[in-house]
Unconditional design. Structure first.
Length: 510
C-alpha cells in the first residue's frame, strides 16, 4: 500500500510545488507569461487526455508493468525538468511527466482494487491513497519553500524523481502483476476521439477561467463535447470499449459517479479561493499559506477513518450524505465572514467532509466491477475528477470574477491598461496599486480586497447549495435496496447480511 500511495503523493506534490517555483524558473529561463502557462498546463492537458487510454493499456500489458514504466518515465522526465536550460526543454519535460502521470494514477488505483479484494480493506486502501493526494497538495508549498531556500529552482522536480526511484526499487519485489490475456488492442479511433474530446473541453474551460467568456473558447468546448458524444456512441458497438457504458445502468455506480463529479466541480471552484485569500488578503508568503493548509489535510485523513467506521454501522447513503452536509457547512462558513479564523475554519470543515466523499464514492465506483475491469473504471474515475475540477474552476471562477469586477471601485485617472489589469483580479489590482500615489493605492487595495471577499462569499454560497443538492441526491439514489443488482463487488456494505458477505475473488495472477 505504501508503494501504491507513493505515486499519488508525488504527483500531487509535484503539481502544487510548481506554482511556488514558477517565478524562480521563469526568471532563470526568461519565460514569458504565455510560456509560463504552457509550463503549467501541458502536464494537466496530457494527464486528462490520456487517462482513459492508459487503463486499457494496463489491462493489456500488465498493470504492474505499466506502473513501473510510468514511474521510470516520470522520474527521468523530472530529472530532465530539473536541469532544463531552456523553456522549450522544460515544456517537453513537463509533457513527458504528463504522459507518465496518466499511466501512474489509474494504474495505482486499479492495483488497489485488484490486491484488496475484501470490501473493507479496499475502502481503507482507497482512503489512504486519497489522503496522500490531499497531503501532497497541501505540503507542496512548504516543501517547495524549503527547497528554494537552500537549492536552485530545479530541486523541486527532483523530489518526484526520488520517489519514483523508491517505487522502481521495491515495486518488482512487492507488487503482484495483473493483466487480462484476452484483452484486445485498444481501438485507435476511440483513443483519438477521447484525446481530442478531453483536451478540447479542458483547454476551453481553463481559458474561460483565465480570460473570461469568449466565443472561441465556447466553440472549442462545444466541439469537444460533440467529439465526446461521438466517442460514447462508438463505444456501444465495440467488443472491447474504452468505456463500458453498461455500467451506468447500475444505480449505485451512476450515483457515485455523479456525486464525485459534482463534489469535484464545487471543490475545484471553491477551494482555489483559500490560498489566494491567505496570500493576497492576509499577506502571507506562499510557505506560510501552505503551513496554514497542512492541518486541513491532517483533519481530512482523520475524518476519512471515521467515515469508514460509521459506514460499517450505518447505511452508506446516510454517511455519504452526512459528509456532503459537512462540506456544505464549510462552504457556509466561507460565506459567514471575511475574518481569518472563520475562513480557516471553513476550509478545515470543507476538507473534513470532502475526503470521505471522495473515498466512499471512489470505492463504490471501483468496487462495482471485478478485477478484470478495474483498469478502465479507474481511468474513467480519474478523468471524471480532472474534468470536474476544470469545469468548477471555469464556471465558479467566472462567476467569482464577474462579482469582483462588479463591486470593485477603481480610482479616477487610471490608464485603460491599468484599469483592465486591476479588473482582472486581486493580484492585478495590487500590482497597479503599488504604482499609484499612497491615497489612491490604499483605496484601490481596500476596494479590490473587498471585491475578492465578496466573490468568495458568492462562490461559497453556490457551493453550499450544490453540496446540499448532492447530499439529497446521494441519500435518495444510494439508499439500500434489497433487489438492486449493482455489480459483482459492492462497496463497503452497510446491512447485516452484506457486511458478512465476501467480495468476489481477484483475477488470476500471471
Amino acid at each position: 500500500m505504501a508503494l501504491l500511495a507513493l505515486p499519488m503523493l508525488m504527483t500531487a506534490l509535484d503539481t502544487s510545488v510548481l506554482y511556488l517555483a514558477l517565478p524562480h524558473l521563469s526568471l532563470a529561463l526568461g519565460a514569458t507569461s504565455v510560456q509560463q502557462l504552457w509550463i503549467l498546463d501541458i502536464y494537466v492537458f496530457l494527464v486528462a487526455g490520456l487517462l482513459m487510454t492508459m487503463g486499457t493499456v494496463g489491462e493489456r500489458i500488465g498493470r504492474r508493468r505499466l506502473l513501473l514504466t510510468g514511474a521510470a518515465a516520470f522520474g527521468a522526465a523530472s530529472v530532465l525538468a530539473a536541469y532544463s536550460t531552456s523553456v522549450a526543454m522544460l515544456v517537453v519535460a513537463r509533457a513527458a511527466m504528463g504522459i507518465a502521470g496518466a499511466a501512474l494514477l489509474p494504474t495505482a488505483l486499479s492495483l488497489i482494487s485488484c490486491i484488496f479484494v475484501d470490501a473493507r480493506r479496499r475502502a481503507a486502501a482507497i482512503a489512504i491513497g486519497s489522503s496522500c493526494v490531499m497531503i501532497g497538495a497541501a505540503i507542496g508549498p512548504v516543501v517547495g519553500g524549503l527547497l528554494l531556500g537552500w537549492f536552485w529552482w530545479g530541486s523541486v522536480f527532483l523530489v518526484g524523481a526520488v520517489g519514483m526511484v523508491a517505487l522502481l526499487a521495491a515495486g518488482p519485489l512487492v507488487l503482484p502483476e495483473y493483466r487480462r490475456v484476452e484483452v484486445k488492442r485498444p481501438d485507435l479511433t476511440s483513443v483519438v476521439l477521447s484525446l481530442v474530446a478531453v483536451l478540447s473541453v479542458v483547454y476551453g474551460v481553463k481559458e474561460l477561467a483565465r480570460g473570461g467568456w469568449h466565443p472561441v473558447h465556447v466553440v472549442i468546448i462545444v466541439a469537444g463535447a460533440a467529439v465526446g458524444a461521438a466517442f460514447l456512441f462508438r463505444q456501444r458497438f465495440l467488443a472491447e470499449p474504452l468505456v463500458n457504458l453498461s455500467l451506468f445502468r447500475r444505480r449505485k455506480f451512476t450515483g457515485a459517479f455523479v456525486v464525485m463529479l459534482g463534489s469535484q466541480i464545487v471543490l475545484g471552484g471553491t477551494y482555489v479561493f483559500i490560498p489566494l485569500y491567505l496570500q493576497l488578503v492576509q499577506g502571507f508568503t506562499p510557505v506560510q499559506a501552505g503551513a496554514w493548509l497542512v492541518p486541513q489535510s491532517v483533519t481530512a485523513v482523520v475524518s476519512t477513518q471515521l467515515s469508514l467506521y460509521f459506514v460499517r454501522r450505518f447505511p452508506l447513503s446516510g454517511v455519504l450524505a452526512g459528509a456532503l452536509v459537512v462540506c456544505m457547512t464549510g462552504c457556509v462558513l466561507l460565506v459567514a465572514s471575511s475574518s481569518l479564523p472563520l475562513v480557516i475554519a471553513g476550509s478545515l470543515v470543507l476538507y473534513l467532509g470532502v475526503l470521505p466523499v471522495v473515498t466512499l464514492a471512489s470505492d463504490l465506483v471501483v468496487g462495482s466491477v471485478d478485477a478484470a475491469g478495474a483498469g478502465s473504471v479507474s481511468s474513467l474515475l480519474q478523468t471524471n475528477n480532472h474534468l470536474g475540477s476544470a469545469v468548477g474552476l471555469a464556471f465558479l471562477g467566472s462567476i467569482g470574477s464577474a462579482v469582483y469586477r462588479g463591486v470593485t471601485d477603481l480610482p479616477s485617472g487610471l490608464r485603460a491598461d491599468e484599469a483592465e489589469q486591476a479588473k482582472e483580479g486581486l493580484s492585478g489590482a495590487l500590482a497597479v496599486a503599488a504604482r499609484l500615489p499612497a491615497g489612491d493605492g490604499d483605496r484601490l487595495v481596500d476596494s479590490a480586497r473587498q471585491g475578492f471577499v465578496m466573490s468568495m462569499h458568492v462562490v461559497g454560497a453556490l457551493g453550499a447549495l450544490a453540496m446540499l443538492a448532492l447530499a439529497v441526491f446521494a441519500f435518495i439514489l444510494l439508499r439500500p435496496q434489497p433487489d438492486a443488482g449493482d455489480g459483482p463487488r459492492g462497496a463497503v456494505s452497510t446491512t447485516g447480511a452484506a457486511r458478512r458477505a465476501r467480495s468476489a475473488p481477484s483475477a488470476p495472477r500471471k
